[in-house]
Structures are given as C-alpha cells and as structure tokens.
Write a protein that binds this ligand. Structure first.
Ligand code: KG4
Length: 342
C-alpha cells in the first residue's frame, strides 16, 4: 500500500511516499528554519504561509522522487494534531483535497504517534509492545506502545517540553534557533561539572517531569553573569544543562519500562538526536538488559515518512477520516480521530 503523507505541524513542510508502513520511497522536506531563525523562534503566521507556498511543489517532488504518479497512490495521510493550528490546517486542507481528487482514503495521524513510528522505518524487525520516550519541541512523553494504535501515557512533562528548554537555553547562550544541535556542539567543548542545576521531581507522580525550573536556572545563571560582569563558562553551562535534562529523562524512562514490563525501548523526536542523551540511554539500557532502538538522526526530526509509517497501521485499525476532518492544536496521543459531533 503506497501512502502519500503530509506533515505541516510546525516549521517543516514535509511530504513523503511510503510503502506498507516500512519502506520510504521518498521523503521531501522544505525547512523554514532560516526564516524563523531571524526571530529566534517559530512565528506561527509565517509558518502557515510558508507551508502554503511550499506544499504543491514539494508534493510533486515527493511523487517524482518515489518514481510514482498520482494513480499509484492508495491513500493520503496527514498530521491533524498536535501543533500550530494554522500550520496544521494547511496540511489538513491540502490532504483532504488530494484524497478527494484521487478518490482514495484519508488517514489522520497524531504527530507524536508519527515520531514513534519513525522507528518502524529504520528497524524492520521492530513490533509493539515497547516503551517509547518521545521527546520533541512541543512534547515530552513516556508512552507504553501496547500495539500500533493502542498507547498509554505513563509519564509526561507538567510544563515545558525538553526541546523547548533546549531552545530557551540556546537563546541565553547566544546560540541560534533551533537550539538543540548548537547547545550540543557547545557542550562538547567542556567536561561540565561547574554549574549546579535542578532536576525536578513531581510530588506523587514519579514518572512525570518538569523542565521549567531548569530553564529558569539557566536563564538566571546567564543573567547573573551578565549583570555582575563574571565570565560565564558557556560550554560548561551547556554541558551541565544537557546532563540535567538527561537526569530527568533517563531514570524515568527506565522506571517506566520496568513498571510496564517492557524489554524494548524506542526513542523518538528531535531531542532523541542528542548524542549525550543517546549515550546515557544506551548505558542505562545495557545495565538493565533492555534492547534500545535509537532512530537515525534524519528520522528524529519532523518528516513526512514517519506520518506515512503510522498511517499504514491506523488504516489497518480502521482509523480513516471523512471530509469533516479538522486540525487540533492539542490532542492526546491516546485518542483516535473522531469526527466532531454536529
Ligand atoms: O521533533 P522535532 O523536530 O519537532 C517537533 O515535533 O517538535 O523537535 C524539535 C526540537 C527542537 O526543540 C530542537 O531544539 C530539538 O528538537 N533538537 C535537539 C537536537 N536536535 C534537535 N535537542 C537536543 N539535541 C539535539 N541534537
């Protein structure tokens, strides 16, 4: 089954063709990063406009890269939630028109389910059940993936997402947006151990996380140095910051795997590209005898192929939308798409 899939939830317009949820035939991405970098973060209206401009040419590119014509496409899939509402609406409206024009099913996909499904593209042998640590710019979740479309949240952030925290830290360190990769590169220049940063616990919810205190601590250290004229060891701060993020993520992930009785763990999302976090996860999994899947860097960030991968399994489960499909800025990973009641 060949699926043409669309992802426009944030600042990448992405269109892909995948086969049977496991093979990438094409994966075209138009990044808006240079435009948003001017503002230090994503400007929602600019994102929607850029998606509108890019989506038609990108669709042609995805079809041509896959050596497909429109007649070869068996279904259309699209990210319908969560994300920037204007940005999502561009993809949803375009995908609806495409499904209507081709006379094929329309499959709505939750963005984070897509991030998790990126692992199916890289690891043919991987099948649920497994535990997933899904860490991106807008979400930080511990998900028990019981089956391809049956998920349970075991833990989540109570405030900022880990990626958001990386982007804020980058900003105070004078690094460009998006901040994850630049913070990591800076951190590689120091062994750390200079700044004491908090790794917060949520009372009564041991698997939940909080990153706002860490974010504030980094901002305060940078501002304090600026005001007092003290030299800020930027590389050490970056390294200690990543260590604090990792100390929040990794032990909870291991605890969640233990609680759910899972022997397989999959990382997902942009922050899963981080070398230090990947290393810490690998070491913890080695100690616990857990099989760890780390998606290749290209599949950690937003892409269209991951939406096509999850869409295949949503289709098998009968999760097909009609022309009432809408976009939602927030929606739980656990909820299947349902039409709005009139
Ligand atoms: O998954 P993603 O591409 O988009 C969302 O679905 O949100 O994640 C983007 C986030 C950004 O906050 C970015 O700073 C972060 O992932 N990121 C990283 C790295 N590369 C991207 N964070 C830490 N280390 C990285 N190497």
């Amino acid at each position: 089954m060949k699926i043409l899939s669309f992802e426009t939830s944030c600042d990448e317009t992405a269109v892909a063709v995948t086969e049977d949820g496991r093979r990438v035939l094409s994966d075209a991405v138009a990044s808006q990063v240079p435009v948003h970098a001017l503002y230090g973060g994503v400007v929602p209206e600019i994102a929607s406009r850029a998606h509108t401009e890019a989506i038609v040419a990108l669709t042609e590119q995805a079809l041509s890269d896959a050596h497909c014509t429109r007649a070869d496409i068996d279904a259309v899939a699209v990210t319908y939630a969560p994300g920037l509402i204007g940005a999502l609406l561009v993809g949803v409206s375009f995908a609806k028109s495409m499904a209507l024009a081709l006379g094929v099913p329309l499959i709505p996909v939750h963005h984070i389910r897509g991030h998790i499904a990126a692992n199916y593209l890289a690891f043919p042998e991987l099948e649920p059940p497994f535990l997933s640590l899904a860490v991106s710019g807008g979400n930080t979740l511990l998900v028990d993936v019981r089956d391809y479309t049956d998920m349970q949240i075991l833990g989540s952030t109570r405030d900022d997402a880990a990626g958001e925290c990386f982007d804020k830290a980058a900003r105070v360190l004078g690094l460009p947006y998006p901040g994850g990769k630049p913070v990591e590169e800076l951190a590689k220049q120091s062994p750390g151990g200079v700044y004491k940063l908090p790794s917060a616990r949520v009372d009564g919810a041991p698997l939940d996380m909080s990153f706002s205190g860490l974010k504030t601590a980094v901002v305060n250290i940078a501002h304090h140095a600026e005001q007092t004229g003290e030299t800020l060891d930027r590389a050490a701060l970056a390294r200690d910051f990543i260590a604090a993020v990792s100390e929040t993520l990794v032990p909870r992930t291991m605890e969640a795997a233990k609680l759910a009785g899972r022997r397989v763990l999959c990382a997902a999302g942009g922050v899963a590209a981080n070398t230090f976090i990947r290393r810490d996860l690998q070491e913890a999994c080695n100690r616990a005898g857990i099989r760890l899947y780390l998606p290749p860097l290209k599949l950690c960030g937003d892409n269209g192929a991951m939406i096509g991968a999850q869409a295949y399994y949503e289709y098998q489960a009968g999760h097909v939308a009609d022309m009432r499909l809408n976009a939602y800025a927030t929606r739980e990973i656990t909820s299947d798409w349902l039409p709005e009641t009139p």
